[in-house]
Design a protein around this ligand. Structure first.
Ligand code: XMP
Length: 319
């Protein structure tokens, strides 16, 4: 009789067999896959594991603190918080082309991870939260153009370059099984059910040039939007929802005065695998109430639009 509890025991045994008494490093993104992999490894080999959380300054409101606190305090897991937001935002300064943004972020991510990993003396293994579908995908697309949606988080090519061997304890699992394993390992439901978040983070939700001002406005607007979705009991009904800040200011009225502030777009979709998606049919009441809240609560935004594009022809993200 196959249970997740038995799978967990078996996975822990396999990790111990593979790793022995050697050290392992793991890039923790805050997503479900890398989190479950890290917790499982920690159970198996304890402090032989060190995780590196690369903070590129493009995370959501309070996200870095929440992830770091959960892993350090709740799981007592050795974790380096690599706060490199100055570096990333500096290199992104003045860049507006979407592909260039992605290349810069992906390249820096690898450099930064490597820098911190090199500080961990004697590390011989790199752990990754690779899932079964990733394994199939990388086989069938090997040699082809790099279009995998996770190109930046599964640090491709890095293990060989650093002379590290791979540990991939989730290689046999599908996404729903990883979630079940996460629950088995005590991860809170609120964490396991989180909407997907892209590796390049808020950079691709900020079309045009990325500025600290825009990022700050975007974080606040996104937090209000997600709060609205939760309050209406819709979070688990929706596959992914977020705000994009538009590179345009428009005129508005507030009290006796005119405003000249940013416009934003709300996005919400349902999807099975991210390859195709339908825009979510919110009620007009929900949309109106959310627009009012964002404009009242977020200084810097005076116009809210709703993106009703499905995929195809649109993508889910704006870049
Ligand atoms: P698009 O915008 O291509 O997004 O329709 C499909 C899904 O993939 C996510 N996404 C990414 N995830 N690194 C990631 O880890 C990326 O570079 C990336 N780009 C898009 C997106 O959030 C959506 O869930």
């Amino acid at each position: 009789d196959w249970t997740m509890e038995a799978y967990r025991e078996e996975a822990i045994r396999k990790i111990r067999d593979q790793v022995g008494n050697k050290k392992v490093i793991c890039a923790l993104s805050g997503g479900v896959d890398s989190s479950v992999a890290a917790i499982l490894l920690h159970e198996a080999i304890g402090d032989q594991l060190t995780c590196v959380f690369v903070d590129h300054g493009l995370l959501r409101l309070n996200e870095a603190t929440e992830v770091v606190t959960m892993f350090r305090e709740h799981y007592n897991l050795p974790l380096i918080h690599a706060d490199e937001s100055e570096l990333f935002l500096g290199k992104l300064d003045g860049v507006s082309d979407p592909e260039t943004k992605r290349k810069i972020i992906g390249g820096l991510f690898i450099d930064v991870f490597q820098k911190y990993a090199n500080q961990i003396e004697g590390a011989e293994f790199l752990a990754q939260g690779t899932l079964y579908p990733d394994v199939i995908e990388s086989v069938s697309f090997s040699g082809g153009p790099s279009v995998t949606i996770k190109s930046h988080h599964n640090v491709g090519g890095l293990p060989e370059k650093m002379g590290l061997k791979l540990v991939e304890p989730l290689r046999e699992l599908f996404k729903d099984e990883v979630r079940a394993l996460g629950r088995e390992l005590g991860l809170p439901d609120s964490f396991i059910g989180r909407h997907p978040f892209p590796g390049p983070g808020l950079a691709i939700r900020c079309p045009g040039e990325i500025t600290r001002e825009k990022l700050e406005i975007l974080r606040k607007a996104d937090a209000v939007y997600i709060d609205q979705i939760r309050k209406h009991g819709l979070y688990d009904e929706i596959w992914q929802a977020f705000v994009a800040i538009l590179p345009v200011r428009t005129v508005g009225v507030m009290g006796d005065g005119r405003t000249y502030d940013f416009a934003c777009a709300l996005r919400a979709v349902n999807s099975v695998d991210g390859m195709t998606a339908d825009y979510y049919p919110f009620t007009h009441e929900f949309l109106g109430e959310t627009a009012t809240r964002i404009i009242n609560e977020v200084k810097g935004i005076n116009r809210v639009t709703y993106d009703v594009t499905s995929k195809p022809p649109g993508t889910i993200e704006w870049e």
